[in-house]
Ligand binder design. Structure first.
Ligand SMILES: *[C@@H]1O[C@H](CO)[C@@H](O)[C@H](O)[C@H]1NC(C)=O
Ligand SMILES: *[C@@H]1O[C@H](CO)[C@@H](O)[C@H](O)[C@H]1NC(C)=O
Ligand SMILES: *[C@@H]1O[C@H](CO)[C@@H](O)[C@H](O)[C@H]1NC(C)=O
Ligand SMILES: *[C@@H]1O[C@H](CO)[C@@H](O)[C@H](O)[C@H]1NC(C)=O
Ligand SMILES: *[C@@H]1O[C@H](CO)[C@@H](O)[C@H](O)[C@H]1NC(C)=O
Ligand SMILES: *[C@@H]1O[C@H](CO)[C@@H](O)[C@H](O)[C@H]1NC(C)=O
Ligand SMILES: *[C@@H]1O[C@H](CO)[C@@H](O)[C@H](O)[C@H]1NC(C)=O
Ligand SMILES: *[C@@H]1O[C@H](CO)[C@@H](O)[C@H](O)[C@H]1NC(C)=O
Ligand SMILES: *[C@@H]1O[C@H](CO)[C@@H](O)[C@H](O)[C@H]1NC(C)=O
Ligand SMILES: *[C@@H]1O[C@H](CO)[C@@H](O)[C@H](O)[C@H]1NC(C)=O
Ligand SMILES: *[C@@H]1O[C@H](CO)[C@@H](O)[C@H](O)[C@H]1NC(C)=O
Length: 365
């Protein structure tokens, strides 16, 4: 049974901006200058990492200012250790062969409580944790096997997000352990007020691993839980009276996050949506030193409208293919940034504090 949400919040806007970016503000009507050509996911002009994941081609200096984004690759990502996760998205050189995920914000931990899984941590000081896939998906079936959070004011999210903010969401706001929410945005906008929906009747989103699937195809978007369809949105139902199709159509990274909605700096509607303010005195938080969600695996089955040849490395944006929808093409260009700031560092050796935190987590999780 589904309840329609009255409120839908684009995740991109609700995650706290950890590293406040300076520079000129950009959007599609006011793109970046040649001197700082790339419009970052937070809407500021810059160079280097501003041109990487999340860069908005339509708000950048030219359509090819952003780096091409790595082409989709089918496979299953597990988390027995952190070797495929690069610790700091700002320093990532773009080599998607070397790393499957980057940490955009916050702290991750390998718990290994049942053969290896990734914990995304929320602390009072870290503002939440978000990781992004290094490769993009341009249509495909993505399944995350995971356990969400269960605490008032805390939100877990498993989404796809493109440079122009086409977004598909699974979200777990607040302390319900029997429901999850599905949502969709087109270029940062909600296509219809009723688009957010609650999927009820899940037996323990916190205590039990479930498979949550985003099946994003060119003509329809289907959400599944444990391989059972709970919702389908037809692209044909998203066309407005001007003929504009409000359906996600641009290459997207996969993002997993835990973030604090129930804090003073959030909008009142966001706090209410997440069930209220976070209780930092919660015994779970006091014992572990963090709130957490667990990711066991992410399975990706690419469904590009045209199968990429062996020479294809990336996706690039072209001019609009139809009203308000940019065309997407394959490219053989490198996705790497110049060596200037690209780092070769791997995941940092755990500090004593991290080891202590890990031991604590193994006891508590
Ligand atoms: C785009 O940015 C310009 C300059 O900052 C601003 O005046 C304008 O309101 C913005 N447009 C939108 C749609 O946000
Ligand atoms: C986690 O467990 C798996 C399977 O037992 C093992 O291969 C892996 O090395 C462990 N990872 C860590 C970080 O201990
Ligand atoms: C990532 O690297 C940048 C640039 O060195 C640094 O400013 C930032 O604090 C780092 N972030 C984290 C979470 O370590
Ligand atoms: C990317 O990483 C892979 C795997 O580590 C490595 O073999 C390859 O040389 C790297 N590519 C570049 C251009 O550095
Ligand atoms: C969720 O939080 C609300 C408000 O804080 C509380 O009334 C309710 O009992 C909580 N529900 C669960 C299942 O913990
Ligand atoms: C929920 O799952 C648990 C074990 O995973 C089971 O014992 C319980 O009966 C289930 N509850 C419902 C309502 O299906
Ligand atoms: C869903 O289907 C996949 C592929 O057939 C399978 O590996 C997985 O175990 C299934 N998940 C559940 C919860 O049944
Ligand atoms: C948040 O707001 C409440 C109520 O206005 C206030 O009591 C509390 O001190 C604030 N907390 C922080 C961290 O600012
Ligand atoms: C790369 O693409 C260009 C055109 O976009 C083409 O001329 C060239 O042959 C391609 N190179 C390879 C190795 O496929
Ligand atoms: C192309 O689409 C973008 C939005 O994706 C829109 O802002 C722009 O006006 C469109 N351009 C043309 C020429 O239709
Ligand atoms: C890949 O190679 C084929 C020919 O083998 C060519 O037609 C195509 O344009 C190339 N694509 C890219 C993106 O380089």
């Amino acid at each position: 049974m589904n309840r329609v949400l009255l409120l839908a919040i684009p995740l991109a806007l609700s995650l706290r901006v950890a590293n406040a970016q300076g520079g000129q503000v950009c959007n599609s009507t006011s793109p970046c200058p040649a001197s700082a050509p790339c419009c970052s996911s937070f809407g500021f002009c810059g160079t280097n990492d501003f041109c990487m994941s999340g860069c908005n081609p339509l708000a950048s200096n030219t359509l090819d200012s952003c780096r091409p984004v790595p082409v989709c690759q089918s496979g299953t990502h597990t988390f027995t250790d952190n070797s495929r996760i690069f610790s700091n998205a700002t320093l990532f050189d773009g080599n998607a062969t070397e790393y499957d995920w980057v940490v955009n914000q916050g702290n991750v931990m390998n718990t290994n409580s049942s053969g290896g899984e990734l914990a995304l941590l929320l602390t009072e000081s870290n503002g939440g944790t978000r990781i992004s896939s290094t490769r993009y998906v341009h249509y495909g079936t993505i399944t995350a096997t995971m356990k969400a959070t269960k605490w008032t004011g805390v939100v877990t999210a498993f989404i796809t997000m493109s440079g122009i903010k086409d977004e598909i969401d699974w979200e777990w706001p607040g302390n319900s352990t029997t429901s999850a929410q599905t949502n969709m945005f087109w270029q940062g906008l909600i296509p219809a007020k009723t688009i957010g929906e609650t999927e009820d009747g899940i037996n323990d989103t916190f205590g039990t691993y479930h498979d949550y699937t985003i099946d994003w195809q060119p003509d329809a978007l289907t959400f599944l839980i444990d391989n059972k369809t709970v919702r389908t949105i037809q692209k044909s139902d998203t066309i407005d009276s001007n003929g504009v199709v409000h359906f996600p159509s641009t290459p997207s990274s996969i993002q997993l996050s835990v973030w604090p909605a129930g804090i003073n700096s959030s909008a009142p509607g966001t706090i209410a949506w997440a069930g209220g303010m976070i209780n930092w005195n919660d015994p779970d938080y006091q014992a572990a030193g963090h709130f957490y969600a667990l990711i066991k695996s992410v399975r990706i089955n690419c469904a590009d409208p045209t199968t990429p040849g062996a020479n294809v490395t990336s996706y690039v944006y072209g001019t609009n293919s139809s009203l308000d929808v940019p065309s997407i093409a394959f490219s053989n260009e490198s996705v790497l940034v110049s060596g200037a700031f690209g780092a070769t560092a791997s995941f940092p050796v755990p500090t004593l504090m991290m080891v202590l935190a890990l031991l604590t987590a193994l006891t508590v999780l």
